[in-house]
Write a protein that binds this ligand. Structure first.
Ligand SMILES: [Zn+2]
Length: 284
């Protein structure tokens, strides 16, 4: 799933390549992707793209005051296209959700792989009209340490859930929360409101270092190469069974109904593996 660094880099890419151009047409291919009806998608046609930005994990294309807001969900992505075909795409076929044509013949596709469709497109006069944006907590790259400490202190539940709760702190998802907790040497199951002063500092510094490091690697990448760049920078996420780059211990996994987390026992949990629901299911 694209998280803060990828969405920020995509916004930067669009500022460089799409801002200043006129949005010629937007073709909707996946009807369920669009979540708003007023203004209609057709209202964007003929207007100049004046900026691109980010709210948490939402991408925001400013089209002369009308905002095309996109949440890429789990398997969505933006593909920059040169010389787009002019014929409208066939609706409901393949991964294409929305195609945006610019006046110079270039443009981009928003696509989503897999059968579970979560990619969401909103056409709004203000980004705050998008419910998911209105609910966002402070941005993970902007939140001050004192505010971060206060937010966690008021939160019951485990760190993994706290870091990925967009209403608490915006921008972090499954991958970077694994990376941040590993860098902070904290268990994903540690209670958010039970951190010592030292642990809070470690977590805050790890959050900033992990996200800015990823952003540095993504910045200037073409949209097509960002995903590979993200994967190459990961220490524990999606690396189950591989050695931890810090200590050499084997990266382990805890799986849930529809997701999983990865961590290093030596770095994060005092060498003790965490209980894994799937493992106990296998033993039943
Ligand atoms: Zn380790």
């Amino acid at each position: 799933m694209p998280e803060l660094p990828e969405v920020e880099a995509l916004a930067g890419f669009l500022r460089e390549n799409a801002a200043g151009r006129v949005l010629a047409r937007a073709d909707l291919a996946a009807v369920q992707a669009i979540k708003t009806f007023d203004p209609p998608l057709s209202a964007l046609a003929g207007l100049e793209i004046t900026g691109a930005g980010r709210h948490g994990k939402f991408l925001d294309l400013d089209v002369s005051g009308i905002h095309l807001v996109v949440h890429l969900a789990r398997a969505g992505w933006l593909h920059w296209r040169e010389n787009l075909p002019t014929a409208p795409p066939k609706p409901g076929k393949g991964p294409l959700a929305l195609r945006v044509h610019l006046d110079d013949g270039n443009g981009f596709d928003l696509t989503e792989q897999g059968t579970r469709k979560g990619l969401a497109v909103y056409v709004v006069r203000s980004p705050a009209e998008v419910p998911g944006i209105a609910r966002l907590g402070p941005d993970a790259l902007l939140v001050e340490r004192e505010d971060f400490a206060r937010l966690l202190a008021g939160r019951s539940g485990q760190l993994k859930g706290a870091l990925t709760d967009q209403t608490l702190i915006a921008g972090i998802g499954n991958a970077y929360s694994d990376e941040i907790l590993h860098a902070a040497r904290l268990s994903p199951f540690k209670m958010a409101d039970k951190l010592s002063e030292d642990e809070l500092v470690r977590l805050y510094d790890a959050m900033r270092a992990t996200l800015t490091g990823a952003l540095e690697r993504q910045r200037g990448q073409k949209a097509a190469t960002m995903k590979g760049e993200k994967r190459s920078g990961l220490q524990v996420h999606a690396r189950t069974g591989l050695p931890c780059p810090v200590c050499g211990d084997t990266v382990r996994e805890v799986s849930f109904a529809d997701t999983s987390l990865q961590y290093c026992p030596t770095c994060q949990t005092g060498g003790k593996p965490l209980a894994d629901r799937r493992m106990s299911k296998l033993l039943r």
